[in-house]
Design a protein around this ligand. Sequence first.
Ligand SMILES: [Zn+2]
Length: 306
Amino acid sequence: MKNFLAGCFTIAGLGLGAASTFAQDADSALVEQARLLSEPRSEASFIRQCTVEPARFPGLGEGVAAVPAKIFDNLYYVGRTDVGAWVIKTSDGLVLIDTLYTPEDAEQIVDGGLRQLGLDPADLKVVFVTHFHGDHAGGAPYFRGKGVRVMLSESDWSELGGAPDADSIAHDGQTIMVGETPFTVVLTPGHTPGAISLIFPVVENGVQHKAVIMELSPRGGIDVHRDAVAGIEHLGEITGREGVDVALHPHEMIFDPVARDFIMSASTRAAGSVNPLVIGKDSMQRFASMVGTCWKARIATMEAAQ
Ligand SMILES: [Zn+2]
């Protein structure tokens, strides 16, 4: 475990202070199992998920508008440097995932970014919000005000005053077709009770891949973590069945530095170069197993402390 701990403190940017408790304090076998599933690119996630009380996302709220970028043939980033917003182009208009902090963010960064990319904000058909927290849902009223359908899970809608109608509720296992593009909703509770992950196809140089935008980071005690473990195992099954090979997160600056660097500078990449967001089906499955194993280690730690 010495090497593991040494590694932790080299990632100073993660803000893991001495106060954080590492899950291996109680269950080194589970943490070791998770460490073996971890790959170099997922090391930051491994450290974060295998820590019982990780620091609040460092830098959250301190970001600025990112340079809007095309990151797949049909996927665009119109987010900030500290939290993401993605747009998928379909045969029947545009779909947005997450809305940033405020209506001003939505108007200036999302709509403004779309215009810079040559896309028309009036073509937005559906907005998915991964969960009700302000950094993801704060811009939603702007889109609702324009008549766009905004979708969250039922329980996260209840935190925002309730769903406006049945069509605005995203259900676990539901596939929503926008034009010819299917969006599969997977309930992944933990960060909030109704956090959702979304699976959809992306295309790179004519080759189709499957992407997931995952909401991770459970907040709460043992019961919340048990739900989160069930959720990530459920997501692992569905992403395995669907052949997901691209893993994205609303806060890439914490979870995958390679993805972050690519997303934040996608416009400078050479044509024909390999898209580093395609991690492969095996890495996706290893990632889901690693995260679930870390949360089991946290549960063991919390149980031992009772
Ligand atoms: Zn959140």
